[in-house]
Design a protein around this ligand. Sequence first.
Ligand SMILES: [Zn+2]
Length: 282
Amino acid sequence: METAVDHDAETIVTVIGVPTGACPVCGSPRVETRYGPSRFAECPACGLGRVLGYDGGRADYWASKETSDPYWADAKRRYFLSALAMLPRGRLLDLGGGTGEFAAIALEAGWDAYSFDTSPEATAAARARLGRRALEVPAGGFDVVTLWCVIAHLPEPGQLLESARTALRGGGTLWLTTPNFAFQRRYARLLALVHRPLLFGTSDDHVWHFTTHSLRRLLEAHGFHDVRFHHRGVIEWCSTGHSSSRLLISGKRAWNSVVYAGYRLGMPLATSELQVTARLPG
Ligand SMILES: [Zn+2]
């Protein structure tokens, strides 16, 4: 039996009375939900969503991360620098660093920056950019570890946080970004209404969708504390890139400008991605 959760969009968002096991973050029973054509196992208690029917690991993922659009290339650079400005300066590891794009900007900005990725193709590209700073095996003792949109892609997000914890020194700082499900599911509902459905999973390679509550809970379960959320504009490729609609692209740019201006004025607005710092005990 299907129950509409939103009368304005009852054909688009449905909760289906099928239990999908316990939430791995909070242990509550999950239910199946649907946003447009995409299906989720969703936790009503902490808000965590797991895409159903997709397990990650799209082969051409790295190609989709590069952007040739000057607006988004500039927005991304500005955002990388604004994140660095708020982190404690020291030895930095960009974990899941892909082709080394962020580590290269951190190096330029004077950081002792390194990158590590499990993908051999990405590591080869990072070597060309960073030389020996593109690590082939993960190291430890870092002051800062960054996870730019990594946790959403992996089947076991807890294992990733353990890797981050192992790479950090005691008292070290984690920076993490991931899509904000509280935002994305509303956005998906809106796009489905105008017949431009978001294809979670197959199009963005995201398996997990976190909310502030579920992410804080997972971080604390893995030994992090002082968890803080930041809102500094967006660089998420799924929210920024490849849209065939000029109207959507303009809308995304306008939204990003408003969010970034809000951040600069000290009025942070919730964004389509969660941006988090957390620390290990000293
Ligand atoms: Zn939960």
